[in-house]
Design a protein around this ligand. Structure first.
Ligand code: NAP
Ligand code: F7E
Length: 336
């Protein structure tokens, strides 16, 4: 059988790096779209850089997408690129809409124009459920987004459904709940905690400033979640799928697990900073992944505790090895 080619937007991100590894293992020819920035950051894909083809393009520029599809002719596209940090979406709501919402239309339109047989995966998000209308959340739960990011993802979701229904595209939306890994961006809460715990354990800092500890999330391992993305595009018909663990844990529980793994008491080190609270919070997320289980045969392999301890261990090792991390604390606070 001829080798399949996949295009990944957002290949430099957490999920993009795991998906690229996974697709290479499946024998794919992997093309990754990266945007032009002053210093190209390939940290997460350094180890596979010689096995993938990187091409410059941007979700803000439709002509760049059309050129990439025309030149590379992928059979599958995984649209993972987005402005993905929720607090930034209040500070940059228009940019968030341009990439996270309209960027999806630009890619779908490029597919329609260049090759409507391309299979398309859209990275939808549990943030679309926001102020949840039922518990647990499934593919049938109505959306009620609580941030410009969530609103943009709702647009991305429905334009995917619309292009499927209007033009018959094989366009699928994966509604993924939170997933982290040792490659998670430093500003997301589970990584902020794991890196903070590692720094405290090694005596490099004493306090970790966080926001709302009562928020609850359904958190899995990114390496498990990219498998689900691929399974979705192997189905005969496009559809929507919730991908989640079915468990929910508070941020306080994340702290307890992470600090106790390092032999520390979280209550001695976690301090509250109101500037990490959000103008509108998503209090509780817990997904019902039964459709993904039944139709895709997907289930998560890494538990909540395994994920958190894996992240703490990885950050302790990285700091001990002399790796330096940017301090993102000041720039990720919301101005009041
Ligand atoms: P991430 O680590 O923040 O990666 C985002 C990627 O998008 C980066 O490669 C970034 O490139 C790229 N990007 C941003 N704006 C772009 C633009 N205008 N044009 C081209 N590329 C652009 O996010 P992630 O955690 O891997 O998440 C992947 C996707 O899943 C995102 O769409 C996210 O919203 C969604 N999602 C994530 C989760 C989660 O818990 N991780 C859950 C549900 C949905 P640079 O490296 O240049 O910044
Ligand atoms: O916040 C609370 C915060 O920024 C999780 C993205 O991947 O998942 C992610 O979005 C919770 C929130 O992720 C801090 O208030 C407390 O309730 O790690 P987060 P998120 O907003 O859930 C979804 C599914 C996506 O699609 C997104 O792309 O933790 N929290 N204290 C904090 N959060 C942060 N970041 N920092 C704190 O200090």
């Amino acid at each position: 059988m001829a080798q399949k080619r996949a295009l990944i937007t957002g290949i430099t991100g957490q999920d993009g790096s795991y998906l690229a590894e996974f697709l290479l293992q499946q024998g794919y020819d992997v093309v990754g779209m990266i945007r032009r920035i002053s210093v190209i950051n390939l940290d997460r894909i350094e180890h596979i850089q010689d096995k993938v083809t990187l091409v410059q393009g941007d979700l803000l520029d439709e002509a760049s997408l059309i050129s990439i599809l025309t030149e590379f002719r992928p059979q599958e596209i995984y649209n993972l690129a987005a402005m993905s940090f929720v607090p930034t979406s209040w500070q940059q709501p228009v940019l968030t809409g341009e990439s996270t919402a309209l960027g999806v239309t630009r890619m779908l339109d490029a597919i329609r124009l260049v090759d409507p047989t391309i299979r398309f995966y859209q990275a939808s998000s549990s943030e679309m459920f926001g102020k949840v209308q039922e518990v647990p959340q499934s593919e049938r739960t109505p959306f009620y987004p609580r941030s410009p990011y969530g609103v943009a993802k709702v647009y991305g979701h429905w334009i995917t459904v619309n292009y499927r229904e209007s033009y018959g595209l094989h366009a699928t939306s994966g509604i993924l709940f939170n997933h982290g890994s040792p490659r998670r961006g430093l500003e997301f809460v589970e990584r902020k905690i794991s890196l903070g715990v590692a720094a405290i354990k090694l005596g490099r800092q004493d306090k970790l400033y966080l926001g709302n500890l009562d928020a609850r999330r359904d958190l899995g391992f990114a390496g498990d979640y990219v498998r689900a993305m691929w399974c979705m595009l192997q189905q005969d018909a496009p559809d929507d799928y919730v991908v989640a663990t079915g468990e929910t844990h508070s941020i306080r529980e994340m702290c307890e697990v992470a600090f106790s793994h390092a032999g520390l008491d979280w209550q001695n080190h976690v301090a509250s900073d109101p500037r990490f609270y959000r103008p509108a919070e998503v209090d509780l997320l817990v997904g019902d992944p039964s459709k993904a289980g039944a139709k895709l045969g997907w289930e998560p392999m890494v538990s909540f505790k395994e994920l958190i301890t894996m992240m703490v261990d990885s950050d302790v090792q990285a700091l001990q090895a002399g790796r330096r991390f940017a301090d993102v604390t000041e720039i990720t606070r919301l101005k009041r």
